[in-house]
Design a protein around this ligand. Structure first.
Ligand code: SF4
Length: 410
């Protein structure tokens, strides 16, 4: 089974395998620990709406890489136009090679909305993405997530109960209007909360325009679940009065006066991948490669974005590298599977991951080829396993929030 979990660019250091196993909570086991057996053994916290992953049948756990490739290709060919496979940029190559389309979460959801000819949408990404695809898909379509334990650590940092409590507190303490804005990387019930309460969904590309839209409709913005994207957006817009809301503490660990004065309330959440990038890594890259261009994702900390040359969504990062002349050197602050793929696709440029040790998204990594093989072979047999389905009320209000975003343009 191929180990695709670590940065293998030209700047390796430390002990990447143990760093990854620690990050993923898998323990220092054999290469098999990265496989399907380990994935279903490490169950993330349950959230309403997430189904339970049944154990992967034993026969799939022992298949070789070649056997999995052959069986996936066979099932995929059998299903033909009835199936579309969507692959997020952060997926491993063994999955991406079977994707009909690859993109970031928003682009893939749009593709799901456009592909109404396909009966099945197999979404190789994480749970909130499959939910968004289901919300935007047609009634006759079924969305499937190969491994239901593939959640998102950032999305899991904000749940509906805590956000409602924060909202109620802000309303009570401030006595005015706060507009909720949720990042695309959030559960469907939070998107629905925004739809129902005059708010909106944003992406990492359109966050500045949509936060400006929200600021015009209330006294402040409640931005969740990513503190860093919220702060980077506020900085870009020149919004100075910000506070951070810690859902575990009274008043979010603020005074009532600070809440009343705040123009933006940032939820205390972060991406476990992008939070790892540091200004020290940027300084090291500049010392090693004086001509290096540093590009990072806006889910990185404020000081990291400030120290970089460019920042943008995964699509922006890809476009910047595609447009660069041969000989350009890049240090990239985003998930390593994408960085490695960019390095392979642009051999005329020098491209490496800013984090020299390890920076995979461990939950994306739960989409192992064995799970993809399992769901596809079930479809061939006429069985739908691992369907992700959003209830009608949540779907309705999520669509309201998403359509507000689409009306404003991405
Ligand atoms: S990279 Fe970060 S935001 Fe994206 S799915 Fe992984 S944990 Fe979530």
């Amino acid at each position: 089974m191929t180990d695709n979990s670590t940065c293998t660019t030209e700047r390796p250091a430390g002990d990447p395998v143990s760093a990854f196993t620690s990050l993923a909570g898998l323990g220092p086991q054999s290469a098999g620990a990265y496989g399907p057996g380990a994935s279903f053994a490490v169950l993330p916290p349950r959230r309403a709406g997430m189904g339970r992953q049944e154990p992967l049948p034993a026969e799939y756990r022992t298949l070789s890489d070649d056997e999995l490739d052959q069986r996936i290709a066979q099932a995929r060919a059998h299903l033909g136009d009835r199936l579309v496979i969507l692959g997020h940029h952060y997926q491993r190559d063994e999955i991406i090679r079977f994707a009909d389309f690859r993109g970031d979460s928003f682009k893939l959801s749009q593709l799901a909305a456009e592909r109404h000819d396909a009966e099945y949408i197999v979404f190789c990404g994480v749970h909130f993405m499959a939910e968004s695809a289901d919300i935007l898909s047609a009634p006759h379509q079924q969305v499937i997530l190969p491994n239901l334990t593939a959640g998102c650590s950032m999305a899991d940092m904000a749940n509906l109960e805590d956000v409602e409590e924060c909202w109620d507190t802000l309303t009570e303490v401030c006595g005015d209007r706060t507009i909720p804005v949720t990042y695309m990387n959030s559960a469907a019930d939070l998107k629905a909360f925004c739809g129902e309460n005059g708010g909106i969904v944003c992406t990492s590309s359109n966050a500045p325009a949509l936060v400006r839209w929200a600021m015009a409709r209330g006294q402040r913005v409640l931005f969740f679940p990513d503190e860093h994207l919220g702060r980077n957006t506020a900085h870009r817009l020149g919004i100075g009065r910000e506070v951070v809301w810690n859902p575990r503490l009274a008043l979010g660990d603020n005074t009532a006066e600070a809440l009343r004065a705040a123009k933006i309330v940032l939820w205390k959440g972060f991406c476990s991948v992008h939070d790892r990038f540091t200004t020290a890594q940027i300084a090291q890259a500049r010392a090693d490669y004086p001509d290096v261009r540093v590009i990072v994702h806006p889910e990185c900390r404020r000081e990291v974005v400030a120290a970089a040359d460019l920042d943008g969504s995964t699509e922006v990062i890809i476009q910047a590298i595609e447009a660069a002349p041969p000989g350009t050197t890049w240090a990239v602050g985003t998930e390593v599977n994408l960085v490695r793929r960019l390095a392979a696709e642009h051999p005329d440029q020098q491209i490496f991951c800013l984090d020299p040790i390890v920076c995979p998204c461990s939950t994306m990594y739960r989409i192992h080829p064995a799970y993809l093989c399992w769901v596809l072979e079930n479809l061939v047999e006429g069985r739908v396993v691992n369907q992700v389905s959003v209830d009608p009320r949540t779907r309705y209000w999520s669509q309201v929030a998403l359509e507000r975003m689409l009306e404003l343009g991405n």
